[in-house]
Design a protein around this ligand. Structure first.
Ligand SMILES: Cc1cc2nc3c(=O)[nH]c(=O)nc-3n(C[C@H](O)[C@H](O)[C@H](O)COP(=O)(O)O)c2cc1C
Length: 366
């Protein structure tokens, strides 16, 4: 199976299956002399880790990362300094329960990759979906942690802004609340926690699932990253986000809303600031014009579908062409959008880091 790599200069290859011994990534193209610690990478992985609340899958994966290559240790014995050679990272799988998947070995689960995967490759690891399992995204989060290090001025943050039919109140937006111990949803709106909790409890108890929308905001990105046609920054951010399991829609800036408003409303007007730098009076474009970053915040949103594995039986077929009813047991996220937040952050960070290196290579400017 080819196509396990993304990025051009910050090039990430992921490997491994959810029910194999381990999974990981190799980052080819990380510049030399980037300082990072295993703890910083682990902190990002901890955000995505399963089993942290009753609202996510109860798999108990510690997701402990080991950095295997591509660095020398600084004198403090903790800080790693990249050498410019491939950085390999590994995460062991410790909590597989393959028997949960026994019954579906010969059935195609609706909404999953089972049918297409089988049609394409003629062989599949039915336990957890093999390469199409979202467990693979742990490796992307590890790569994203390193990507952030290339642009120390940049912050990439994500928030869950709606779950099913429930939405946050944007007037209550507080980034600081996202890491709060009382916030299992990555919501920036404290008041939405009991609303999401009640709603998702009901969904979970009914054996069902629900989708979500996530917003990613990257600040401190310099103007000039991207290119006007085949390497648009928005194109590559959208591609990276769309590559995440269960993502069915991506928008940049005001996205689909731009099609509903007039040119006057949509134009991001400019004025000269006091420091001789331009200021934009709005950011409908989401920080990207003509495929190139403006220096404003980059804003992307993505829609995640409801988890396909549900306890309510759904009609399907098996590999022998029989009609069957599929009820998916096992431990599943009732709303995969929650754990998709750090994955979205990582994929945006990787796209920006890649463009930062490409910009440097082409213009000699940073
Ligand atoms: C963090 C995360 C966790 C996921 N966990 C599950 C899960 O527990 N059960 C499930 O049916 N799908 C889960 N998915 C979604 C499936 O991996 C995905 O729907 C499936 O591979 C088919 O791909 P597609 O939805 O992109 O077409 C998860 C997705 C993400 C991003």
């Amino acid at each position: 199976m080819s196509h396990n790599t993304f990025g051009h200069l910050f090039r990430v290859t992921t490997w491994g299956e959810s029910h194999g011994a381990a999974l990981g990534c190799v980052i080819d193209g990380c510049p030399p002399r980037i300082r990072f610690t295993q703890g910083e990478i682990q902190a990002e992985l901890d955000k995505r880790r399963p089993g942290q609340s009753r609202f996510v899958t109860q798999r108990r994966e510690p997701d402990e990362v080991k950095v295997l290559s591509g660095f020398v240790l600084d004198g403090d014995g903790t800080t790693m300094i990249s050498t410019g050679t491939p950085i390999s990272m590994m995460i062991e799988n410790v909590d597989q329960r393959s028997k949960d998947y026994g019954e579906i070995a010969r059935q195609y689960r609706p909404g999953h990759a089972d049918y297409t995967y089988h049609m394409k490759y003629g062989i599949r690891d039915h336990r957890g979906g093999g390469r199409s399992s979202a467990r693979e995204t742990a490796a992307r989060v590890a790569a994203g942690a390193l990507a952030r290090k290339l642009l120390p001025e940049m912050t990439v943050r994500g928030a869950l802004i709606s779950m099913g039919e429930k939405q946050i109140d944007r007037a209550n937006w507080d980034w600081n609340f996202i890491g709060d111990a009382e916030n299992p949803f990555f919501t920036p709106d404290r008041a939405s926690v009991p609303v999401f909790a009640d709603y998702l409890d009901g969904i979970r108890k009914a054996g069902s699932s629900v989708g979500a929308v996530i917003e990613i905001v990257a600040e401190g990105v310099p103007a000039g990253l991207g290119a006007p046609i085949y390497a648009k920054l928005d194109q590559d951010i959208a591609s990276n986000l769309m590559s995440i399991n269960a993502v069915k829609g991506v928008e940049i800036g005001n996205g689909f809303e731009a099609a509903r408003i007039t040119g006057e409303q949509n134009a991001d007007e400019m004025r000269m600031g006091n420091d001789d730098k331009p200021i934009f009076l709005s950011n409908n474009a989401g920080g990207i014009l003509g495929g190139i970053s403006t220096g404003q915040a980059i804003v992307a949103r993505f829609a995640v579908k409801p988890t396909s594995s549900i306890l309510t039986p759904r009609q399907s077929i098996d590999v022998d062409g029989n009609n069957v009813d599929v009820m998916t047991k096992g431990r599943h996220d009732p709303c995969v959008g929650i754990r998709a937040v750090p994955i979205g952050e990582a994929m945006v960070a990787c796209a920006i880091a890649d463009h930062y290196l490409r910009h440097r290579g082409q213009t000699g400017r940073v």
